[in-house]
Design a protein around this ligand. Structure first.
Ligand code: SF4
Ligand code: SF4
Length: 87
């Protein structure tokens, strides 16, 4: 691969880190504004913006806990502090 090339993340090939992580991110749906700021910085690419079931037009960040490694980057970058890291 050329220097600076981008490797596309394939979650199917990633180890399931959900069981051993120390901290777990929790999204507060009432605070999340669906801005997507947390999506790209996640090193495991496990955050998706989903439609809400309650008709709220703002999307909601959803985290796949099975593959999340609990690094806390998402919580650090969220502009409205909608993600809390819990033990
Ligand atoms: S804690 Fe880390 S791995 Fe888990 S969703 Fe947030 S940024 Fe991604
Ligand atoms: S950065 Fe925060 S407000 Fe934006 S989508 Fe992620 S959790 Fe929601």
């Amino acid at each position: 691969m050329e220097r600076g090339g981008i490797i596309k993340h394939n979650k199917d090939n990633a180890p399931k880190t959900g069981d051993w992580k120390f901290m777990k991110p929790e999204v507060d749906a009432s605070k999340c504004i669906g801005c997507g700021t947390c999506v790209n910085p996640c090193p495991e690419a496990v955050i998706e913006l989903i439609e809400r079931a309650d008709g709220n037009k703002k999307k909601l960040a959803e985290i796949d806990q099975e593959y999340c490694k609990g690094c806390g980057v998402c919580a650090a970058v969220c502009p409205v502090k909608a993600i809390s890291m819990r033990k």
